[in-house]
Structures are given as C-alpha cells and as structure tokens.
Ligand binder design. Structure first.
Ligand code: AMP
Ligand code: MG
Length: 354
C-alpha cells in the first residue's frame, strides 16, 4: 500500500494532497479493512486538515476532535480578533500583562521553556519580524536592516512572563513583543484531537494536519502506519517511515518562501539572532516522537540550529528521533529510526547520527 504523506502544508498543495490522501485511504480499505471508518477534511489554522478515525464510534469521535481543533484555533490565532494571542499582540507597544485562558498560558509556558532549552532557536516572540518580512500576509518584502534592528529587542523571549494570580492566568510582555505559536499550534491541536478520539473510544486514527502526521495506535489490521517523507526538491516521497502512536512533523524551507529582486530565496523560518530568514544549510527536518507539540517545536528549533547543532541537541536529550536533509542532498537520521526508515531517493550520502 502507498505512503501517507507527511508534507502537505498549504492550500496550494491541497488538491494533490487530498487526492493522494483519499487514494491512500481507499487503498487501505480495499486491502481488507472491513472496519467502519469516518473521515473529515476541513480548513483550520491556515491549512488543510484531515482526520480519519476507525471503528463503530468513529463519526461522533472525529466530529468532536474537529470541534476541539476549531476551539484551539480560536485561542491561538494571530489574526482572529479576540483570540488570546491577538489580544496580547494588539497592544505590543506597551509593557503589560494580558489575562489569558489557562490553556494559552500552559502553551506559552511550554513555548518559553522550549526557547530556553533550544537557546532561542525556537522563539515564540518573533511575530513582529515575520510580519516585517510579509510572511503573515503574503506581501513579501526584504525589510530595511534598521527596521530589523528596531524590532529585535522586542523578540527577547527571556522577558516573556507567564504567571497566575488573582485567580487568573497572565502573560507579561515588553514593548514591541508580539507572539506567534505558528510553530507549535498544529502539533498541540493534533495531541488534543487524539486525546478526544481516545476519550471517545477510538483506538486507531490517522491525522494529517497540514503535513503534520499524527497516528493513534496502529492500522486496524495491527500493522504500523507507513508515512512518506517528502523530497524537499519535488513532490515525491524520498523515504518511508513505519510508525504507531507517533507524530511525524516536518519543517522545511520549501513550505513557504519567496525569491526577492536580488535573486535570493527567503524562507518563513526566522533566525531570532539576526531577525532574518534562517540559512542553516538544511532543506528539511522531520521529528518523530509521541507528542505532536514536542515534535512541532523541535522541527522548527532543529531546522534553525542546523545539522551540527541539531545532532548535539539530540545527543543531549535523546527523547525524540529525527531525519535531517541538507541542502547538499545528504540525509542524516538518528539511530532510533534504524529498521523503521526506508530511504527511496538517491541522496548523495546517508548517515546515521549516534
Ligand atoms: P514550522 O512550520 O512548524 O517550522 O513553523 C514555522 C512558523 O513558525 C513560521 O511560519 C512562523 O510563523 C513561526 N516561526 C518562524 N521562525 C520561528 C522560530 N525560530 N521559532 C518559533 N517560531 C517560528
Ligand atoms: Mg514546528
């Protein structure tokens, strides 16, 4: 049977993605899945999502999981007026505290911890910078370096405070600080959707949240899911990965970028130390671990760190697995994926990180 595709991130990829996805699911069913299943596809969090649950109770469970994702979007969206993040960013000129829901506070505390743990490679305070480059609107531009210098002090994640007092949760920001949970929102939504599915009696499900693949359990025949990793240079599958109860999350420069008048390509992942799109020598990083939230944060952080920094971080933590594809067409993967990863594309070199 074909691969599930771990790479459809935006609406432009969506028709091909939907076709491939539906074909894959159909193939699964033709090959003997007599169980009931329910699948729903929808737009949320600026991307295209599909949730497929198996079993008798799948329709009700999948619908509840979809509703849960909409709820999370309402909390975390940078553009929906009234969302917690929107309200924090609205008055970015001031030093102040904003009252937020406990769920937002919890996620921001996680994001701040990840920022410290990755030494700023992951930084939830870069929204003013992504805005200046036009990644929030699609009106791309190379901002004046003076503007970047003015914005950088507001991106200091060490000044982000998350607190609770007077019976409420509060987020403290400094002047110019604007928050963006775009690098973890879909991973968090995936974890929450899986929680809802489990609570509603589902033991086998597949989620494609804009290219973040998360699976609950195994396929209904008890075998592992086979997830395809996208070749960053075209839309083919360059490797396959067998997983159960896991998230497979990729960050790649190919997902959103523009080519400026100077002929240079600028991608949507920002190096917080320069305020510019990162140039780490990587084409894509895929993280595999149980939590979608952790995988999503790490995929962005490891992309920013580059190969050596990512390998060093992995050796220190060892609570996730990763596939790193360099601009030079080398593929590196961590030793925990041995026996689970099949490389299809002829990379210049394939190395194991130990
Ligand atoms: P992802 O595709 O998960 O790597 O997330 C990328 C998105 O996260 C971007 O589109 C920005 O909204 C935001 N972002 C960009 N650079 C960073 C960074 N260094 N740390 C955290 N979030 C970032
Ligand atoms: Mg991410």
């Amino acid at each position: 049977m074909g691969y599930l595709f771990a790479y459809m991130r935006n609406k432009t990829d969506f028709r091909v993605a939907a076709f491939l996805f539906v074909s894959t699911i159909m193939a699964a069913c033709l090959s003997g899945c007599s169980q009931q299943k329910y699948s729903v596809s929808f737009d949320a969090m600026n991307t295209f999502m599909t949730i497929t649950g198996y079993g008798r109770k799948s329709e009700a469970a999948v619908k509840k999981a979809q509703t849960r994702i909409y709820e999370i979007e309402e909390l975390l969206s940078t553009t929906k007026e009234g969302s917690d993040i929107f309200r924090i960013n609205e008055k970015a000129g001031e030093t102040r505290e904003t009252s937020v829901q406990a769920e937002t506070a919890g996620l921001l505390a996680f994001a701040r911890d990840m920022a410290f743990s990755s030494e700023g490679a992951f930084n939830p305070c870069l929204y003013s910078i992504t805005k200046a480059w036009g990644f929030t609107t699609g009106q791309y531009t190379v901002p004046d370096s003076l503007l970047i210098q003015e914005l950088l002090p507001g991106t200091d994640y060490t000044k982000l405070k998350v607190d609770s007092h007077d019976g409420e949760c509060w987020v403290g920001t400094i002047p110019g600080m604007m928050l963006d949970l775009g690098a973890v929102g879909k991973g968090y939504a995936g974890d929450q959707a899986i929680k809802v599915l489990k609570e509603n009696g589902i033991t086998s499900a597949l989620l494609d949240l804009g290219g973040n693949i998360q699976v609950l359990g195994t396929k209904t025949d008890g075998t592992e899911w086979n997830v395809g990793i996208r070749n960053p240079w075209d839309s083919t599958v360059c490797a396959g990965l067998k997983i159960a109860d896991s998230a497979v999350v990729t960050s790649g420069g190919y997902e959103r970028f523009f080519t400026a008048d100077d002929g240079r390509k600028y991608i949507h992942i920002i190096d917080g130390t320069t305020g510019c799109p990162v140039e780490s020598g990587l084409a894509a990083v895929t993280i595999v671990c149980e939590s979608g939230l952790h995988a999503d944060a790490l995929s962005t952080a490891m992309f920013v760190k580059g190969l050596d920094g990512a390998a060093e971080y992995w050796r220190l933590h060892r609570d996730f697995e990763m596939i790193v594809i360099t601009d030079g067409q080398d593929l590196y993967y961590t030793e925990g994926l041995e026996g689970r990863l099949s490389v299809i594309y002829s990379f210049s070199n394939v190395f194991v990180i130990r």
